[in-house]
Design a binder for this molecule. Structure first.
Ligand code: GAR
Length: 203
């Protein structure tokens, strides 16, 4: 399966996906990494690995005009699954319709709790005892589409935003590749808000 990965910054989720592919835990290839920011650290990781990169800046473009350029680039690279990996933009209806049930996002909370920015800080400030991360299909709304996988992470009494974020991130790196592999294996079906994952039948 050909992946298109969209980033805005550090790119550690992108790197974890690339590592899963290298270790043959994920049967996919990264066709293109697109960043909306020229200084995204993830771009360097991609270049070092010889993965095609493209910076598409959003300045001066409205959401749909921007997304049309991104979709065109993804189609040019024959992308079959789009993975948002720290891509800090909402997608337009045009984008979502161009890849039906084929856009995933990772978010650092147990959605629907704490959507938006600073999810880990939100969790700490709210005082929850358990938070985590979510891989979900993307619709036009913020962190809102059907949920594919989640991992729970306990909040410790002495956690800071940094320590909690680091433990959540470790789980993000596990469940994102796992979710993509489930799609590769065609084991995922979406029924309304519910995502069903078919078990592998015993031989
Ligand atoms: C990750 O924690 C990801 O879950 C979060 O941004 C970080 C990107 O890190 N995404 C969101 O908050 C989306 N709403 P990375 O660039 O190292 O993958």
């Amino acid at each position: 399966m050909r992946l298109g990965i969209l980033i805005s910054g550090r790119g550690s989720n992108f790197e974890a996906i690339a590592n899963s592919i290298a270790r043959r835990k994920l049967d996919a290839e990264i066709a293109i990494v697109i960043s909306n920011r020229a200084n995204a650290a993830g771009l360097e990781i991609a270049r070092e690995r010889g993965i095609p990169v493209r910076v598409i800046a959003s300045q001066g473009l409205d959401r749909e005009a921007y997304d049309r350029i991104v979709v065109e680039e993804l189609k040019l690279h024959e992308v079959e699954l789009v993975c948002l990996a720290g891509f800090m933009r909402l997608l337009s209806a045009h984008f979502v319709r161009s890849f039906p049930d084929r856009v995933l996002n990772i978010h650092p909370s147990l959605l629907p709790s704490f959507p938006g920015l600073d999810a880990q800080r939100q969790a700490l400030e709210h005082g929850v005892k358990i938070t985590g991360c979510t891989v979900h299909f993307v619709d036009e709304f913020l962190d809102s589409g059907p949920i594919v996988l989640q991992a729970a992470v306990p909040v410790l009494d002495d956690d800071s935003v940094e320590t909690l974020s680091a433990r959540i991130l470790a789980q993000e790196h596990v469940i994102y590749s796992r979710a993509i592999q489930l799609l590769v294996e065609e084991r995922v079906s979406v029924e309304g808000r519910r995502v069903r994952i078919r078990e592998i039948e015993a031989e």
